[in-house]
Design a protein around this ligand. Structure first.
Ligand code: NDP
Length: 234
């Protein structure tokens, strides 16, 4: 069984916390990232997830150095918020290209190795916004809800080969992505979260490492919230 984990975008935010948690749990950890500093103990290959050739080359290099990938955490994601009627094609397509097609590019390459190993864990980082929707995030919510269909299709295609595919749907987590919000908006959001607070990247990472474990081998096609109750019922 391969214990080589690839986390996309481990240079900051939730991806960084996920990669750190895997290092602490004793896995071999790599990241496909665009730049910046990776946490201690994380190997890197530079690629933009919107570039198919670069993604494939990054997997080739990481696997040549550290062995076949057994766990993929597709974490890289962006927002380009704006109201529907004013949203440009470019802002819509860019978010889909990173969050959805970028995830597809990584999963397509990673499962080649998982199929050979007859073992794999695919963890897609979705969002509560993919389930609830959010004003100003037509592009982002569409990209994240599509990951649910992707994980479930992977489960149908590859579930008999020891491969699981799940979506984690974080609520509001304190990272650069949410630090852009004004104090007023943060208090408004907090008022609607049953836990009355934002989550931490480490709280997301703990669920990712569980889904990657042997113990989680019978969980597939699931959407697992880490949202303080914000999205319950969806
Ligand atoms: P950050 O903005 O802090 O980090 C985003 C990461 O994605 C960075 O490492 C960034 O790299 C990387 N990335 C973006 N575009 C690309 C690309 N084209 N190719 C490769 N890497 C790329 O966000 P978070 O840590 O908050 O978010 C991580 C994931 O969690 C995202 O998928 C996000 O949608 C999801 N999420 C976040 C929530 C939150 O409240 N924070 C809530 C729900 C979901 P670079 O540094 O080069 O830009």
């Amino acid at each position: 069984m391969s214990r080589h984990v690839v986390v996309t975008g481990a240079n900051r935010g939730i991806g960084r916390a996920i990669a750190t948690a895997f290092v602490e749990a004793g896995y071999t950890v790599s990241s496909i990232y665009r730049g910046g500093e990776l946490p201690d103990g994380v190997h890197g290959a530079v690629a933009d997830v919107t570039d198919t050739d670069a993604v494939n080359a990054a997997f080739d290099a990481l696997e040549a150095a550290h062995g076949r990938v057994g766990v993929l955490v597709a974490n890289a994601g962006v927002t380009r918020d704006g109201l529907l009627m004013r949203m440009s094609d470019e802002d819509f397509e860019q978010v889909l290209d990173v969050n959805l097609t970028g995830t597809f590019r990584c999963v397509r390459r990673a499962v080649q190795s998982m199929i050979r190993e007859k073992y794999g864990r695919v963890v897609l980082i979705g969002s509560v916004v993919g389930l609830l929707g959010n004003a100003g995030q037509v592009n982002y919510s569409a990209s994240k809800s599509a990951l649910v269909g992707m994980a479930r299709s992977i489960t149908h295609e590859l579930g008999s080969r020891g491969i699981t595919a799940n979506v984690i749907a974080p609520g509001f987590i304190t990272t650069a992505m949410t630090e852009e919000l004004s104090a007023d908006v943060v208090s408004q959001y907090e008022a609607n979260i049953p836990a009355k607070r934002f989550g931490s990247p480490e709280e997301v990472a703990a669920v990712v490492t569980f889904l990657a474990s042997d113990q989680a081998g019978y969980i597939s096609g699931a959407v697992i919230p880490v949202d303080g109750g914000l999205g319950m019922g969806h």
